[in-house]
Design a protein around this ligand. Structure first.
Ligand code: HEC
Ligand code: HEC
Length: 468
């Protein structure tokens, strides 16, 4: 194969150059651990990944009602820990007059568990009186140790001093692991920022998605709140989450995995015209483009790391884009600014809380997600509509760089021979007639962003090669 011969020839030349190295590190691909973890942390990452991917059986605590058998069965794309268009259903009765939204807690709301270990006798159904029935799709958990380590004050500041035209709110919540009476924390996880820590989410998802009772949530969900049916359907003693020989429970193991997941990459890292357009039409008022800094008190490997999630983690009144569910302090119309890092991988699948922006090309799905912004997001959506076709495409291309690895021409989270097949014609040497800009197709291979794809970049490509 020609490409192999080319690789060998270039490889010899680049041996010299790779010794020069590069000030910048290659970004980890989605699903890989954070760079800078020590051996013990990496071992916990690996052990946690196994738990995240373990399909529970009823004897191990699955059910009696549940939505899926493992964390990974929903969080899987493009790698373990990621996202999917798999949805869960929530229901309730809409507010009328002075009567607030009713999540129908006593009938098993607001989250539906769609399956049971003994169907149909133990099944939960949407109660007939529910007049709000909505879907929420599965977001990714990449970079969540960093998100967790954002200081509360760094999120609060955008509520107190909001950028022009928006007024988001922090969603203050209790951590399940906090002793009673502890101060509330700034929520940041979930479509409504309804959870503050990865451990709380893991405990919550273990019970509510899988039926695994655990040390923070030791009581099973009864099918539609019916305790008599629960007694018939559940025979495993609670709490079901076992402790292993090192003193960790399953919820601690899955927490380790998510905490140590690297954030999604972004290529090129700076300079795309679409980012200026994104800022100019007000997207960055909510999808902040300035980085956060993880707390210096977090563990090594997480502490003091910069992260760029493109979210303020506040909930905003999104008008008709709200999901109609009041949850904690978040109202029916308030939704968390969806973090846009990694959106390149969600755009081809589904966007927005109910996945409605789907079925078209990635760029077209992004456009329909933008046009659905209402309420506080309407002015920005209108400003987008008024852009020239070229600027709309530039903005879409910028979003499609969020989640892309260097040298990943096909944008499939791998750098392999197929990428080389496409990249090889783009080699333009150290003095190109027309230098690459961050908007050029060749920018994906211009690692050091000096306008060319030369032997220096090629030296990095060798290190970045992941294989299929
Ligand atoms: C049935 C599919 C499904 C399963 C199984 C599942 N999740 Fe999720 N996960 C979701 C959905 C849907 C959401 C969005 C929930 C919401 O905000 O209401 C979510 C959200 C999350 C979030 C927050 C994401 C964000 O953007 O802030 C974390 C963390 C998470 N899940 C962890 C887990 C863990 C750990 C497990 C295994 C114990 C698990 N999930 C099992 C579907 C699932
Ligand atoms: C007022 C705050 C706000 C502004 C301004 C805003 N967004 Fe959003 N954005 C949100 C919220 C909140 C969501 C989540 C909506 C939902 O519940 O589905 C979101 C979701 C998205 C999504 C879907 C992400 C996903 O993973 O599903 C994209 C894409 C997006 N916004 C792009 C943009 C762009 C581009 C602009 C500028 C034209 C913009 N947004 C302006 C708040 C905002």
């Amino acid at each position: 194969m020609d490409s192999i011969r080319e690789i060998t020839a270039l490889a010899a030349a680049s041996l010299v150059l790779s010794a020069l190295g590069s000030a910048q590190e290659i970004q980890p691909r989605m699903g890989a651990p954070l760079p800078g973890l020590d051996a013990a942390q990496l071992a916990n990452f690996a052990a946690g990944k196994v738990v995240f991917d373990t399909q529970l059986t009823p004897a191990q605590g699955l059910g009696p009602i549940f939505n899926n058998q493992s964390c990974k069965s929903c969080h899987l794309g493009p790698q373990t820990g990621g996202s999917s268009s798999i949805f869960v259903t929530r229901f309730g009765v809409a507010a009328t007059g002075s009567t607030p939204f009713d999540p129908l807690d006593n009938l098993g709301g607001s989250l539906l568990e769609s399956f049971s270990i003994n169907s149909p006798g133990c099944d939960e159904v949407v109660p007939p009186q529910a007049d709000v029935v909505i879907h929420r799709i599965t977001p990714p958990t990449f970079g969540f140790g960093l998100v967790e380590a954002i200081l509360d004050g760094d999120i609060l500041v955008n509520e107190v001093f909001p950028p022009p035209g928006v007024h988001g709110h922090t969603h203050m919540v209790a951590g399940l692991e906090d002793p009673p009476g502890s101060p509330l924390r700034v929520g940041r996880f979930g479509w409504k920022s309804q959870v503050a820590t990865v451990l709380s989410f893991s405990s919550d998802a273990s019970l509510n998605e899988m039926g695994l009772t655990n040390r923070f949530l030791p009581v099973e969900n009864a099918p539609n709140g019916d305790l008599a049916r629960l007694a018939q359907c559940d025979s495993v003693q609670d709490p079901e989450d076992p402790m292993d020989s090192s003193g960790k429970f399953l919820i601690d193991r899955m927490t380790d995995f998510q905490r140590y997941l690297a954030p999604p990459p972004q290529t090129p890292r700076t300079g795309m015209h679409g980012e200026q357009v994104f800022n100019a039409v007000g997207c960055a008022s909510c999808h902040l483009s300035a980085p956060f800094l993880a707390s210096s008190l977090a563990e090594p490997g997480i502490a003091n790391v910069n992260l760029k999630p493109y979210s303020d983690f506040l909930v905003h009144d999104m008008g008709s884009l709200g999901d109609g569910i009041a949850q904690g302090a978040a109202t029916e119309t308030e939704m968390r600014t969806a973090p846009l890092w990694g959106v390149a991988f969600r755009a081809p699948v589904a966007l927005l809380h109910d996945g409605r922006a789907s079925g078209a090309s990635p760029g077209a799905n992004i456009q329909s997600a933008i046009l659905a912004h209402d309420g506080e997001g309407l002015a920005s959506a209108n400003a987008y509509s008024a852009l020239s076709a070229a600027d709309k495409t530039a903005l879409q291309n910028f979003l499609l760089s969020l989640g892309r690895l260097e040298f990943d021409f096909e944008a499939n989270n791998n750098v392999d021979e197929v990428d080389w097949f496409f990249l090889y014609p783009l080699v333009n040497g150290p003095a190109p007639a027309v230098p690459y800009t961050p908007d050029s197709v060749g920018a994906v291979a211009d690692f050091d962003q000096d306008g060319d794809f030369d032997l220096e970049d090629f030296g990095v490509l060798q290190r970045a090669f992941t294989g299929p």
